[in-house]
Design a protein around this ligand. Structure first.
Ligand code: HEM
Length: 418
């Protein structure tokens, strides 16, 4: 990549970039949608909708995998932005490619289909009701740490067969590693705990091998990839990917949706009056906020994209967020239009690696939004104490969102449902 003159010199991990990313992305889409960025040792930054779609749909050319010293001589960087510190593992689904990825998705997909997710809905509702019940009589809660964080955490752990009473332990770790800017003290403190977390998941995989249950971990231990069983380490890496994917993104989406509704009374009143609009509104929150804002690929061969020559081994950064704000693909792209239709957004990615948990995320988000709009419809966010993630190049989210509301009665059972 050394012989390409940079078009820009933007570090997507810097706080300055993150603070102004909408302006940077708008300018890049307009002037140079496939730009060579000289920062971080050089990489391609793809920001327009068509470019992002082209990259995401071609996994053979734009590889996902993390593999240093690959036999073909390329260093496959996996997802740039994830530190390769000891104990911070390869993402067991997102950072593999080829037939093994295909076999893995084929084995796991049935667990995440719309009917399979629908069967979980009563559990989702019980868990959401229980967490709101803990605060409803008091008239105040932190919408994130008391509600949008625990609900997906418990549901994800339950799915894996992991003990749910530890939800806080997992939620804190995965939120902290996304919430703090790379390299900051909060981030380093979170990342320092990664080896311990990995060991716990590894021990759990080993335990499950001897004590099979009716959960996703037990399923992983039984499946074969290209005719061989998964090792405990591979199962651990897949669990890591699922827990990380299941926790932070859904929390972020629901938190931002509640923030929008809490600061736009007309939108809130409309969703309360027209609850059937909720699924369409959730798609729009997905498009607008794109909780997983960006991801990266490595070019496995020379290829032309948007009139630019990308070379084998080059790193390519694609922005779902920017593609989702491309005015060529969406009218009023920078506005939230609750009844937007059609809405072919990219928030769950595309192609062979498209988010495995998309239906689950949608259902959890809808259950949580319904619960709030039905039971504490007049919630008011404490704007002074509201705090979004200060800066992460891959993820957006909310750290804290205290709110008050008219107290109401508990409606669920007194006993914890998990
Ligand atoms: C609002 C919530 C969510 C958003 C915005 C989101 C977004 C994404 C995106 C953008 C990708 C990458 C797709 C690509 O590279 O083409 C992805 C992949 C993935 N997501 Fe999600 N996700 C969400 C919820 C979930 C949930 C609930 C789970 C699991 C319980 C999950 C598990 C995964 C996994 C395992 C992958 C890797 C798939 C693969 O590489 O084959 N995600 N997600």
């Amino acid at each position: 990549m050394g012989d390409v003159a940079p078009d820009v010199d933007l570090d997507p991990g810097s706080l300055d970039f993150i603070d102004h990313r909408f302006e940077h992305f708008a300018e890049l889409r307009e002037k140079c949608p496939v730009a060579y960025d000289g920062a971080l040792g050089g990489f391609w930054l793809v920001t327009d909708y068509d470019g992002v779609v082209a990259v995401a749909n071609d996994n053979e050319t734009f590889a996902h995998r993390y593999e240093v010293d690959a036999p073909d001589g390329i260093t496959y960087h996996g997802i740039i932005g994830i530190p390769r510190t000891p104990g911070n593992p390869r993402l067991g689904i997102a950072e593999i490619d080829g037939p093994e990825h295909h076999d893995l998705r084929r084995a796991l997909n049935p667990v995440f289909t719309p009917p399979a997710v629908e069967r979980l809905r009563p559990t989702m509702e019980r868990v959401a009701t229980w967490f709101l019940d803990q605060h409803i009589e008091r008239g105040s809660l932190d919408l994130v740490s008391d509600f949008t964080s625990p609900v997906p955490a418990v549901l994800t752990l339950q799915m894996m067969g992991l003990p749910c009473e530890n939800w806080e332990h997992y939620a804190e770790f995965f939120h902290a590693s996304s919430a703090h800017p790379n390299g900051s003290p909060g981030y380093l403190a979170a990342v320092e705990r990664a080896p311990e977390m990995l060991t716990e998941l590894h021990e759990y995989a080993t335990y499950r091998r001897a004590h099979t249950g009716d959960d996703l971990t037990s399923l992983l231990l039984q499946i074969e990839l290209s005719g061989r069983a998964l090792t405990d380490l591979e199962v651990t890496e897949i669990l890591w990917n699922l827990v990380a994917g299941g926790l932070d993104t859904t929390t972020a989406l629901t938190s931002w949706a509640l923030h929008h509704l809490g600061t736009h009374p007309d939108a809130r009143a409309r969703l309360i009056a027209e609850p059937e609009l909720l699924p369409t509104a959730v798609e729009e929150f997905l498009r607008f906020y794109s909780p997983n804002e960006n991801l990266t690929r490595t070019a496995a061969r020379d290829v032309e994209l948007g009139g630019r020559q990308i070379r084998r081994g080059d790193q390519v950064w694609i922005s779902w967020l920017s593609g989702n704000h491309d005015a060529k693909a969406f009218d009023a792209a920078d506005e939230i239009v609750l009844d937007r239709s059609p809405n072919r957004h990219l928030a769950f990615g595309l192609g062979g690696h498209r988010c495995i948990g998309s239906h689950l995320a949608r259902a959890e988000t809808m259950v949580m939004l319904r619960e709030v709009l039905r039971r504490i419809p007049d919630y008011e966010i404490d704007a002074e104490r509201f705090q979004p993630y200060p800066g992460n190049p891959l993820m957006t989210g909310v750290v804290t969102m205290p709110a008050s509301f008219t107290p109401g009665p508990r409606t669920g059972p007194a006993e914890q449902p998990f």
